[in-house]
Ligand binder design. Structure first.
Ligand SMILES: [Zn+2]
Length: 277
């Protein structure tokens, strides 16, 4: 295994091919390698891969994420863009993070023999079940059994595409996910989108990342007690065609010192009647 500060392989080298057997990954690598001193934004990466391979943006996003198994790609913000810089080998690239649980755990997760999302079974519907991380590892999800579920390959790949859409926010989502209080996780997620609409599904995932949150929609609305302006709308999810709720923070305030929940309860008690739950 290469050490994380060993020099990066040249594009088109046999060494690179050993780590990235697929040519589409190699081409993406070559692009990021050439632009190490002038890192591209995700928009530029998508345009490049679209021109080169006719690839859809969601495919490119996923491919960038797949590169993280082997290589360290630092993300930083310049103006409105997030830039992606190839920085070296991944620190922790022993083994494949997607198969890091053992065979017994795997058998236990797959035991229901039913896709947790669409309900289809291998026996009745001839689907193949895989072990899915409810909360992706890249966002701080663990290999604990509570974070694992059986999904059919189709649902699993749809879910991967969904998460890949938010890859440019991955660092902020990971930071939000690491916070202890659910209100803070939700609030920091909304802030990461800088006033853009966030689909409720994503809020639910981040809210539940440490402990399951049954009532995360209520937690989201409760931010209004802290003088946040939280807007919501029902719109079609372009991915599934279903109508879902979207939230956005049009205005936010600094977090109170101490417990956020206690401060919200205190404000509710003090007759903060302007806020409806
Ligand atoms: Zn399914």
């Amino acid at each position: 295994m290469a050490n994380s500060d060993e020099p990066l392989p040249q594009p088109d080298s046999p060494e690179l091919a050993a780590f990235l057997p697929r040519t589409d990954h190699q081409q993406l690598y070559a692009y990021l390698f050439e632009r190490r001193n002038d890192p591209p934004s995700m928009r530029e990466i998508r345009t490049y891969m679209l021109d080169l391979l006719g690839e859809a943006p969601s495919q490119t996003d996923r491919r960038v994420r797949e590169l993280y198994d082997q290589f360290k790609v630092s993300k930083f913000r310049r103006g409105k863009d997030t830039l992606y810089r190839l920085d070296g080998w991944a620190d922790n690239r022993k083994g494949n993070p997607r198969t890091s649980f053992n065979r017994r755990t795997r058998a236990q997760v797959l035991a229901p023999q039913r896709c947790a999302q669409c309900g289809r079974t291998p026996l009745d519907h001839n689907v193949v079940l895989v072990v899915d991380h409810k909360i992706p590892r890249e966002w701080g999800g663990s290999d604990n059994i509570e974070n694992l579920q059986p999904l059919c390959e189709e649902c699993n790949s749809g879910k991967k595409d969904f998460y890949a859409t938010y890859d440019e926010y991955a660092d902020e989502i990971r930071a939000a996910s690491s916070l202890l209080e659910p209100h803070a996780r939700i609030g920091e997620l909304l802030k990461a989108f800088r006033g853009d609409w966030v689909p409720s599904e994503l809020i639910g995932v981040v809210a539940s990342i440490q402990t399951h949150q049954e009532d995360w929609q209520k937690r989201t609305r409760e931010l209004r007690h802290l003088d946040w302006v939280i807007m919501s709308k029902r719109r079609k999810d372009p991915r599934t065609g279903r109508h879902i709720t979207w939230y956005r923070a049009a205005h936010w305030e600094p977090w109170p010192d101490g417990s956020i929940r206690a401060e919200i309860e205190r404000r509710k008690r003090d007759g903060d009647s302007s806020v409806a739950d």
